[in-house]
Each structure stands twice: as structure tokens, then as C-alpha cells.
Design a protein around this ligand. Structure first.
Ligand SMILES: [Zn+2]
Length: 182
């Protein structure tokens, strides 16, 4: 990252004084099928205010606080979760554990997905072997235009899908998918 003035989080005074650097290893996405890592030389600023002297890390777009994976890595896992076969498969491709992948799955399904109230005009429906909640297969509903997962249903039963679409699918005009319903 370039050196830019930062506001002290404690007293609000602007500072450009560097205190020190720390190298952080961050898991990144695969490049040409090889696992990659970013070695990020993280800068720490020090507040010039004599009464404060707070030391703090620079803002960055590479890694979120308290995370060891890059933002890009987390986003790719989210996308893979929609296209991948199962947690184990996604985990081995990302060089991480199925537990980590499951955590991402939970995060997507609980935060981002709950926002969906009415589905868009075009949706894609697919099944997903997630082994979640005692069910082997889940149903993934996605927005194929914006490439965003919208909802994950607990199983792939017709009744579940019909009930869900009745409640949220009033705007739907086109459905893509391998899911067969009668
Ligand atoms: Zn300060």
C-alpha cells in the first residue's frame, strides 16, 4: 500500500508517521491451479499527538481485520460454493478444511441470503451436494445475471421449492436450471 495520511482512531488527528512494518502471510486464490499466498508488508502508523501516541495499522483492501484469507479468497470460495460439488471438493481445491468451507456456507446463507425477499425476474436453480442439516442435497437459487447466490433451500424436494417460490417468486419470468419439476 502507498503511504497516505491516516486519521488516528483514538484522537482523530491526521498522521503520516510510520512506526514500523509487519509481514503478514495471507491465503490467496489459485493461480494456474497453484495455491498462492500474499506476503503483505503491513504498515503501522503512529499518532503525532504527544498526548496520544496511538499506533495503528493502515487501512487496506487486501485482508479484513483478524482474517488470514484475502478478500479475493473469501469471494472466490463463495462463488465456488455455488458451482462446486460438495464441501470436501471445494476445500481441497482451495487448500483449506471442509470446516472452513462450511463456515463460509453458513455465512452466505445466514447473512446475505436472508435479505432476499422477492426474487428477480431471471433466476437460476440448481442442486447442491452440501450435506447440510441432515439432508444430502440442497437447492441453490441464484441470480445468473449478477452472478449472485440468493438462497439455499434445505433440501431438493419439490414441495420445498414450490412453497418458497409461492412466497418469493411473484416477479419471476425466466428460470434457468437442471432442476426438473413437473
Ligand atoms: Zn492520536
Amino acid at each position: 500500500m502507498g503511504r497516505v495520511p491516516h486519521r488516528c482512531p483514538k484522537c482523530g488527528q491526521t498522521t503520516g508517521c510510520v512506526h514500523d512494518y509487519r509481514v503478514q502471510k495471507i491465503k490467496h486464490t489459485q493461480i494456474f491451479s497453484r495455491r498462492t499466498a500474499i506476503f503483505y508488508r503491513k504498515r503501522r502508523y503512529v499518532c503525532k499527538n504527544k498526548d496520544c501516541g496511538k499506533r495503528f495499522y493502515e487501512e487496506n483492501s487486501i485482508v479484513e481485520r483478524y482474517q488470514r484469507q484475502s478478500v479475493e479468497f473469501n469471494q472466490s470460495i463463495g462463488i465456488e460454493l455455488i458451482h462446486g460439488k460438495n464441501f470436501k471438493d471445494v476445500a481441497s481445491r482451495f487448500g483449506t478444511s471442509p470446516t472452513t468451507v462450511m463456515r463460509h456456507f453458513d455465512k452466505i446463507s445466514s447473512s446475505m441470503l436472508k435479505e432476499t425477499n422477492q426474487l428477480p425476474e431471471v433466476i437460476a436453480i440448481d442442486e447442491y451436494k452440501g450435506d447440510a442439516g441432515g439432508e444430502k442435497y440442497q437447492t441453490v437459487i441464484a441470480d445468473p445475471i449478477h452472478r449472485k447466490p440468493l438462497e439455499i433451500l434445505i433440501d431438493r424436494k419439490k414441495d420445498t421449492l414450490v412453497a418458497y417460490l409461492k412466497e418469493h417468486g411473484a416477479n419471476i419470468k425466466l428460470v434457468y436450471g437442471t432442476y426438473i419439476t413437473t
